[in-house]
Design a protein around this ligand. Sequence first.
Ligand code: URA
Length: 455
Amino acid sequence: MNPVAIITKKRDGGALLPEEIAAFIEGFVRSDVADYQMSALAMAIYFRGMDAAERSALIEAMLDSGSRLEWPDGFGTRVDKHSTGGVGDKISLPLAPMLACCGLKVPMISGRGLGTTGGTLDKLESIPGLRTNLSTGEIYDVVDRVGCVITGATADLVPADRKLYALRDVTGTVSSIPLICASIMSKKLAENLDALVLDVKWGSGALMKKQHDARELANAMVEIGTTMGVHTTALLTDMNQPHGVAAGHVVEVEEALEVLRGEGPEDVVELCLALGAELLVSTGLEKSHSIAADRLRGLLESGRPLEKFREMVIAQGGDLDSLPPHAPSTLMAARHGGYVSAIDTEQLGSTLIEMGGGRKKLRDKIDHSVGLAMLIRLGDRIERGQPMARIFAPPEKTETSMKMLADAITISTEPTSAPPLIVERIGMPCASAPDAADRPSPAESPLDREPPIDR
Ligand code: URA
C-alpha cells in the first residue's frame, strides 16, 4: 500500500476501493501511516466527499480497528442515542436513566467537546469522583446492575476513531459528512445495539450549518445503521440557539437534574421525550410516538429516573451531593429593546471556551465551574435593561466573555418567529412501528410535520 497514491487519488476526485481504505486505516492505527498523511487524506475527503460504497468501507475499516461489545444471550434490548453536538445539549444525562426505567439497557459511549460543541463526558466529570474511563468489564457490570452507563470509548473500542477524531479537531476537517458519519456509526455499531436514535443538529451552533447538509448526514447514518441490522432513526433538530437555559458543565448537570425532577426547560424535555419515544417504538415497547412520549412524561413526574441517575452516578464512583460551586456570576442586560432575531450559537460555544470551559489545545484542563444561563429565546420581545444572560466566569475573563456574548445576540426592530425545534424525522418503517392510523396527528406530534424550507 502506498499512502501517497491513495491521498492523491482522493485529492483528484477518484473513488477509493474498499481495500485501499482498509489498508490506509490499518496503517494509520499501527502508525505506519503518519498523522500528516492521515490529515492530508481527511482534507481530501473533506473537499472531494465519498460515495456510499466508500463511506461503508470507511466505517467497516474503523470498526475492524478494534473490538466490539459482546452481550450475553438474554441480556436485554440494547439502545443508544447519539447527537452530532451543540451548545447546552445535555439530553443524554436525563435520557439514559429514563430509558433504563423502561427496562431497556443503555450502554452510552459518549465523547468530549469537539470544536465549539460541548461534550457529555466533560459535563459528567463535573460530578466529583465520577469516572468516564470504565473498562469493558465495568461497562458490562454497570449496564447489567443499573441499566445504563455513560462513559468514554475503551482503549480497544474503535481506536481508529480516537486517533482520527483528535486529528480532525486540529486540522479543520471536523464538518465533513463522510468523516462524521464514519466517526459516529463506527462507535455506535461497536456497541452492538438493537436500536439507535440520532439527533442530527443544524444551525449556527451545529457542525452542519445548513439544513440540507444535516439531512444528508442523517440519511447516510440511518441507511448505514439499518443495513448493518440496527433499527436506526434520526431527528433533525434546531441548533440556532442553545438547548435550555444552561450551557457549560456543572450548570448543565444541574439543569439535567431539574429535568429529572419533572421541572426542566420545555425544549429540553420535548427533545428527551421525542428521542426516547423513537427508541420505545423502534424496540416495540410502545405502539406510537405519542403513547411513548406520554409514558416518558409520566416517568419524569414519578421521580424514578432521578433515582436511576443517582444509581448510575454512584456506580461510576460519583457523588451528586457535592457538586462544585459556580464561578462568580455577572448579569448582562439589553442595551436597547426589540426582538431577539439571531443568536450566533457557535460564538456562545467560543465564549465558553474563552472562559476556560473548553479546550484550545488537546491537553487543556476544563474549568467545570464556568457557564452561561441564557435568559432569552429567539423571537422574544425584550425591553431595554432587561437581563438577557448570566455568565459564570473568573473575574479576569468576565469583560472579554461579556463582549463576546453581547456580539452573539442580534436584536431587531421587526418581530421574528422562533424556528421549530424538531424539523423532521428520518427513518425506515419497522415491523413494530405503528401503521398510519396509529401515528399521532400533526397537532399531537411535531415529528409528522412537513419539513420547512431550508433557511
Ligand atoms: N460526534 C462524533 O462522535 N463524531 C463526529 O465526528 C461528530 C460528532
